[in-house]
Ligand binder design. Sequence first.
Ligand code: NAP
Length: 245
Amino acid sequence: MKRKTAVVTGGSRGIGRAVAVGFAKAGCNLVINYAGNDEAAKETERLCSAEGAKVVLVKGDVADSTCAERIVEAAVAEFGQIDILVNNAGITRDNILIRIEEEDFDKVIETNLKGTYLMMKACARHMIRKRSGRIINMASVVGIAGNAGQANYSASKAGVIGLTKSFAREVASRSITVNAVAPGFIDTDMTRDMTEQAKENAAKQIPAGRLGSAEEVAAAVLFLASDSAKYITGHVLNVDGGMCM
Ligand code: NAP
């Protein structure tokens, strides 16, 4: 993957940071988007630069189409190409369905689902022109199995899987692969707010008996972005310690 350009949304923390650092170690240059946490984004930049990568940070909301355009413009201006897109930015606004506020429903769908659509649309133009590309979308096992207390989030991730499979069919003939990674419970800021009891209960549902790490998810993303995965498209790869099978 030497000198390839990887765009990673939500790359300031958690899984996105591990993915960015993984690409940097593999020899890629990076465009890293994040929502607002400048300090965390600079730390990701520092970690990637230490691996020899050139890094451009783009702050902005992936649900805003002008942000997707800015990310693509930055990538093309700095590196002249986009080889890999990882749609990782995501949020939760958990509650049982009858208590989910309309605003929280919309926010989760806009960030997780619309953001993925906007970024794929903006990047695909360049990938189609050069007849190659790798797109990896961050789904979740709850997008497959559902989860009480996460109807909005599960719907957004089920939507991401639908987007992935549809777009995979549309661009396969141009040598562009579109796949999803579906993590289970991963130890990041997103799950750190859970009580110890909730984490213990979660671990009981996982055959591997523990939460996963951001690096374990990043390894799956790197595989799908690699040459070894060039005949894999429209696939959802669970990284969940056996939670959903
Ligand atoms: P995280 O630690 O909370 O990090 C979220 C990242 O997304 C941050 O970089 C954040 O930027 C960015 N972000 C949030 N809203 C954004 C927006 N509107 N525009 C651009 N960037 C935005 O989350 P994580 O656990 O690493 O999760 C990463 C992805 O994996 C998400 O799609 C999530 O749904 C999925 N996932 C996570 C788990 C899990 O157990 N952790 C399980 C399944 C799926 P700032 O730092 O600037 O806020």
